[in-house]
Design a protein around this ligand. Structure first.
Ligand code: HEC
Ligand code: HEC
Length: 349
């Protein structure tokens, strides 16, 4: 017999084997099981976090980065920290349509989750930053976000003796600097990883980890509803930029790459990990809940030249919609609450 090639050949082989074994195997059912096994492999979580060679992991850097992340003294008015808009209990986002920054100014977009960014390349809804180290400098020094100045930030940190010690441990021989702050914050951010969710236990073959609705939802997600065209891998994102037909006029990625028409109104595909914990949805926060998101994909999007070719009207039943939502809910990990670090006092201790 020739080596079997492709799914049909495998199914045919299955029939031969099943008949040979004298059992009543359903060839199509077997093929589906094989597909499911392949799909499951595609969505399996990695075991380790990647860190870049020019900013390798150390406990001292991660611990320092964690403190800086939660410290409002990093902002000009000493009242806003990264965690103000990236709150651990809201899946590292905030509950607003668009975030509110320094001087109570609304930003132009909704806060993004910080989950699983160690695996991402381009950051922000429009992909304008190439690394976490670069990104950090955006919020710290913009007048409508944290509103600090570089010298103001370094002076403030230097006035806190315990921080000077922690910088020395994290960057031996180096002074407190903007670059060191960026490296420490980026190292901490890479450790923000969503824990195992019911979906992952199912991937590891615990059949009872998902109910029937979520399993049907997973099949729809990869099949008729076509969600996996863009939300794929264990993080449920292709790290790409697409116009999914939200009605607003924001050019998105099109502002960074004006020569590529299909990137007009295109935004970064968000991860769907812990998505149930962080409504409202989309870069403009205009969709309130997961059911409404699915309805947007089924029938609700606007058609324009930049619309992704993957966006096609879907014929989903009420049960299909519920199943897709049940599946997305199975991506919520049951993490222990994040402990906010004790921040060092300004006076010598
Ligand atoms: C006032 C609210 C606010 C504060 C404070 C804030 N951010 Fe953000 N953050 C946002 C918003 C809104 C976006 C999306 C903005 C955009 O794409 O234009 C974002 C995006 C990001 C992203 C990109 C995520 C991705 O998937 O591409 C990272 C990383 C990030 N923030 C880290 C930080 C860090 C680190 C700090 C502290 C130094 C911080 N943020 C402070 C609101 C805030
Ligand atoms: C063409 C690629 C593409 C397809 C197909 C697609 N998505 Fe999306 N999805 C995106 C992009 C891009 C965004 C962000 C859009 C924005 O904010 O402008 C998004 C946003 C979302 C969000 C909001 C997440 C958040 O953090 O705000 C959810 C939930 C979601 N999609 C679920 C689905 C489901 C369910 C399907 C299938 C019915 C699907 N997506 C199909 C690309 C896609």
């Amino acid at each position: 017999m020739r080596p079997p090639r492709g799914r049909a050949a495998l199914a045919a082989l299955a029939v031969v084997l099943a008949v040979a074994a004298g059992c009543l195997a359903d060839a199509r059912g077997w093929a589906f099981a094989q597909d499911n096994a392949k799909l499951k492999e595609m969505y399996r979580r990695p075991d380790t976090i990647p860190f870049p060679a020019d900013n390798p992991y150390s406990d001292a850097k991660a611990k320092l980065g964690e403190m800086l992340f939660f410290d409002p003294r990093m902002s000009g008015d000493k009242n806003i920290s990264c965690a103000t808009c990236h709150t651990p209990s809201l899946a590292w986002s905030d509950p607003l349509k668009v975030s509110i920054g320094a001087g109570n100014q609304p930003m132009s977009k909704r806060s993004q989750t910080l989950l699983n960014l160690a695996w991402t390349e381009l950051l922000m809804w429009d992909g304008r930053f190439p690394s976490l180290e670069d990104q950090v400098l955006g919020p710290l020094f913009k007048s409508d976000i944290m509103g600090n100045s570089k010298t103001g930030m370094v002076e403030e940190i230097n006035a806190i003796p315990a921080y000077r010690g922690l910088f020395e441990q994290a960057f031996p021989g180096g002074a407190v600097s903007v670059e060191a702050v960026a490296k420490a914050l980026a190292t901490y951010e890479r450790t923000i990883v969503s824990n195992k969710a019911p979906f992952d236990r199912w991937i590891e073959n615990d059949e009872n980890a998902l109910d029937a609705a979520a399993k049907r939802g997973f099949a729809l997600f990869n099949g008729k509803a076509n969600c996996a065209a863009c939300h794929n891998t264990w993080r449920f994102t292709d790290d790409g930029f697409h116009d999914i037909g939200l009605a607003d006029q924001d050019p998105g990625r099109g502002k960074q790459v004006p020569d590529v028409p299909v990137l007009m109104h295109a935004f970064k595909t968000p991860t769907l990990r812990n998505v149930a914990q962080r409504p409202p949805y989309m870069h403009d926060g205009t969709i309130d809940g997961l059911e409404a998101v699915v309805r947007h994909y089924a029938q609700g999007f606007v058609t324009r030249p930049s619309l992704s070719p993957e966006m096609k009207k879907l014929d989903l039943t009420a049960r299909d919609i519920q199943d897709l939502v049940a599946f997305m809910r199975s991506l919520t990990s049951d993490d222990d609450p994040v402990t906010i670090p004790v921040l060092p006092a300004k006076e010598a201790m």
